[in-house]
Structures are given as C-alpha cells and as structure tokens.
Write a protein that binds this ligand. Structure first.
Ligand SMILES: C[S@@+](CC[C@H](N)C(=O)[O-])C[C@H]1O[C@@H](n2cnc3c(N)ncnc32)[C@H](O)[C@@H]1O
Length: 468
C-alpha cells in the first residue's frame, strides 16, 4: 500500500522530549519506579523511519527497541540505517496501528512513544493508538503521546482552510508545496489595517515558510488534521486504563503536579487536568506532549525525589555572575550552587551526580525549576559517552553507520543531532572504530594533522560522538 508518507518522505529526526531518560525522571518525581532506560523495552508507534528510536538503541545496547510505521519506504530507510550501524537491539516493522496489538504482547514495553501521530490520523486510528499504548504499556511504563492541541488548534485550522483553498485540486506533491509557498509568501506580507488575529496568522505564515517542504506537505496539507483538547485525550486514556502523568514539554513538566502548599483534592488528576487545560485556553497552546502511566502518581511536588539524579547543563555564567541560556538570563542567588552549575556547564554534555552539587531540599527545588525551564537536564544515570578517548577510540556505531550512508546530520550519543560535513572529521570518525590506537589513527590519511588527532578525538567526545 502506498501512503502519502511513501510519496514524500517525512524528515523524522530526534525528539529529545521523547527520551526515556526524561520520562523516567518525571515518573520518579511522581514517586513511581520506572524501568531504567538502558535496560528497558521501548516501542515507537508511527515512528516514520524510526531514527528517534534507533538513536536510543545506539545509546543503550541493553535496551530492546521496537518501532513500526505504515510507510514501507520509511521503515526500509530505518532498517538501512540500523543495519549500517550494526544494531542488534532494534526491530522495525511495517505495521498498521489498528493491527499492531496482534504483533506486540500486552504489557511488553516500558516506554511507548507516539510522536506526531495522534492528531494526524482518522478517528478510528486515533482510538487504536491510545488502545495500543494502553495494551503494550507495562505496569511501570510511561507512554508519550503528542498532538496538536485545542484551543490553539483553531488558529491552525483557519490557516489550513486557506492553504487547502490555495492548492485546490492540485495533486502532485511538488506543485502542492509550490502553491502553498506562493500563498504563504503573499499572505505573510503585513498590511496597515491588520487586526490582531490577522497579525497572528501572518506571523504563523512566516513561521510556516521556515519549515521543510515535507513538513508543510504532511503536517499542514495532509488528509487528517484533528487538534485535540487535553481533557478529551485524558478521557480516552482513562477509558483505556491510563492515567495522565504530566506534560513533557518545556515549562509544562509540572502540569501533572499540584500547586505547592495547597490541599490535596480527592480527584487530584481531575484538578491538574483542569488547571492545565485552563492554561491551554489562556495561552492558546497548539501542541501538547502528554505522558500516561498505569500506577497512580503522587502529585505533591517533592524535589528530594530528584536527589539521586545526574545533571548536565549548557547555561553560561556571565561576568556579572548571572547565567545565560539563549536570550534568557538566570539569577542563582546561592553562591555554592552557582559555582557548581558553572562547573557542570564547563563539562557539557557530561554529567555529574546532582548530590555533588547539593542535597539541600530548598536548592533541589531550585534545580527542579531550572529543569522544567529546560535550563538544566536531569538524567537517571551517568552518560554513556566518555569524556576522553580511550586506548582504542571508538565513534558511536550509529555515527559510523550514518557516515557510511553519506548522511550529513548524525545522531549523537546524548540523543541529539549534529551536522558533520568536514571531510577530515568524517574520515577521522570512520577511522576511530575501536580497532586502532590514537597513534594508528594519526598515521592514517584522514586529512587531520597527526599532531591534532588526539585533540580532534577529544572534541568529538565533547560532542557525544564517541562511545565508551
Ligand atoms: C507526521 S508523521 C510522524 C512520524 C514520526 N513519528 C515523527 O514525528 O517524525 C506520522 C506518521 O504516522 C504514520 N502512520 C499514519 N497512520 C498509520 C497507521 N495506521 N499505522 C502506522 N503508522 C501510521 C505515518 O506513516 C507517518 O510516518
């Protein structure tokens, strides 16, 4: 069967919010006992080429990663990538969400991920997605389901109507995309008499113009576009035996927790859902990344539950003692904590035990706030990549696999992506396959001067391209 995703490949990439490490930290914050990601069973539903999942399999050789999609081309590409990397712990299949419960046994996955699927499929497939997530999720498991959300989705619907009108009967993908780009460029031009809503839509048109063609083609022009209300999604989850844990998005990770200092209501889940959905009204949010579990979370915020986590951060300390993250300025009033964060930032992407920074519950609460703002990362354990090259340096198996396939953008061992185009660095990473010493690599004709080889390998460790 040829699907629209076979006609135009979707540019699936890494979605850090789906990383089981993040899901595990949030589950632990809710007093649950999630399975350590490195030993877990992971399922990605409608994962496209499943490179998001493949990157997890590369990070954790002890995990068992399964992914499926309806698109034969997408799965074939994923199999090619996993094969080039020689990963034995990833299994990909062409499968339909509606039939997948026959393939995967009940309770057989600790992390279940459906990114960019739920709001882009017909009703019966959406229902099957939640049913499947509930069916395969283990008792200690966490499911991630993202979707276009209401009420912000109404604004997207206005734009979608105009775009569909602009493409009319055009069927050929390239022509559809060209017609949409023409329309958006014209529409994005501001007018003197713009109303606030028109201004918002023009801004949306500008943002859309920045997206890759394939994303425009599928996300905006695909046959299904059904933004969901958080309360409705949670109802469907409930009907399938799942409980809302929280949201995985930036600044939303405490959505599933009660305000501090208040009474614990009898229906704590209902209370947090209502508050979160009111916030959706206030912010006109149009994307949600909801997490679901089977065990009842404790929704009282207790920052000591993150005390045994590991921390990494890329905030930069300024001369005036404040920290910067992008354009955000962060003030840490505790000097010892500020010094500790500066030291952790200096070794990014490496991690240290959070307990080496502080064990003070009040400061752990500060760290938790920094975490929800995505200024720091918390992890259940140490990094899988080394700080320095070993005796026989080895770049990640997926890094080498993607290099061999000629990919410019590589998946790193901290579940990120990095463009590596410099031929000399690509040759060096290929040469560092765990069979050669630094001297032997230096003696090869990679294009990197022999005396710079060790430094280049060390820099590659700092970019999470090398495995231990
Ligand atoms: C918007 S793409 C998202 C892909 C990937 N998860 C990502 O976020 O990049 C939606 C994916 O859902 C898949 N899909 C749609 N209906 C499906 C079904 N019934 N069974 C399996 N996959 C399906 C599509 O083939 C497509 O790869």
């Amino acid at each position: 069967m040829t699907t629209p995703y076979d006609r135009v490949a979707y540019p699936t990439t890494i979605f850090t919010q789906t990383n089981p490490e993040r899901l595990a930290v949030l589950a632990r914050l809710a007093g649950l006992d999630p399975v350590p990601p490195e030993q877990s069973r992971i399922l990605e539903i409608g994962g496209g080429n499943c490179v998001n999942l493949i990157a997890m399999a590369a990070m954790w050789p002890g995990c068992d990663a399964h992914g499926f999609d309806l698109s034969e081309n997408a799965i074939a590409r994923g199999q090619e990538i996993a094969g080039a990397a020689g990963l034995a712990n990833v299994t990909l299949a062409v499968e339909d969400i509606c039939e997948a419960h026959h393939r995967y046994a009940a309770g057989s996955f600790d992390y279940v991920i459906a990114h960019g699927v739920y709001a882009w499929v017909p009703d019966h497939v959406r229902e099957a997605t939640m049913r499947l997530a509930a069916h395969v999720l283990s008792d200690r498991g966490v499911a991630f389901i993202s979707y276009n959300a209401m009420p912000g989705g109404h604004v997207r619907m206005i734009m979608r109507e105009m775009l569909l009108d602009a493409i009319g009967e055009i069927d050929e993908p390239e022509q559809r995309i060209a017609a949409v780009r023409d329309f958006l460029e014209d529409y994005a031009r501001a007018r003197d008499d713009d109303e606030p809503l028109a201004k918002t839509l023009r801004q949306q048109a500008e943002n859309m113009l920045l997206r890759p063609d394939a994303v425009l083609f599928h996300d905006e022009l695909g046959p299904c576009f059904h933004p969901q209300r958080l309360l409705d999604v949670a109802d469907v989850a409930h009907a399938n035996g799942l409980i809302f844990l929280t949201d995985a998005g930036r600044n939303r990770q405490l959505d599933g927790f009660l305000p501090e200092g208040g009474e614990v209501p009898e229906d704590a889940e209902g209370a947090v859902l209502l508050a979160a959905s009111r916030d959706d009204y206030a912010s006109l949010r149009y994307f949600r990344q909801s997490l679901f579990v089977k065990q009842v979370p404790d929704r009282t915020i207790d920052a000591t539950r993150i005390a045994d986590a590991w921390i990494s951060t890329r905030v930069r300390r300024q001369d005036d003692g404040t920290f910067k993250h992008g354009e955000d300025v962060i003030v840490i009033t505790d000097d010892a904590l500020a010094d500790g964060l500066a030291k952790v930032a200096a070794i990014y992407p490496h991690r240290v035990p959070l307990s080496s920074l502080t064990e003070d519950p009040a400061l752990l609460r500060v760290i938790l706030q920094l975490y929800t703002e995505w200024y720091v990362n918390l992890h259940p354990g140490p990094a899988v990549f080394p700080a320095k090259p070993g005796d026989r340096p080895c770049s990640g198996a997926l890094v080498r696999g993607m290099l061999a396939l000629g990919e410019a953008t590589l998946c790193t061992l901290d579940h990120g992506v990095l463009k590596v185009e410099q031929p000399e660095l690509r040759a060096l990473l290929m040469a560092a396959d765990g069979t050669r010493t630094v001297e032997e690599i230096a003696a090869l004709d990679t294009g990197i001067p022999p005396e710079d080889t060790l430094a280049a390998l060390t820099a590659s460790c700092a970019r999470a391209l090398m495995q231990a």
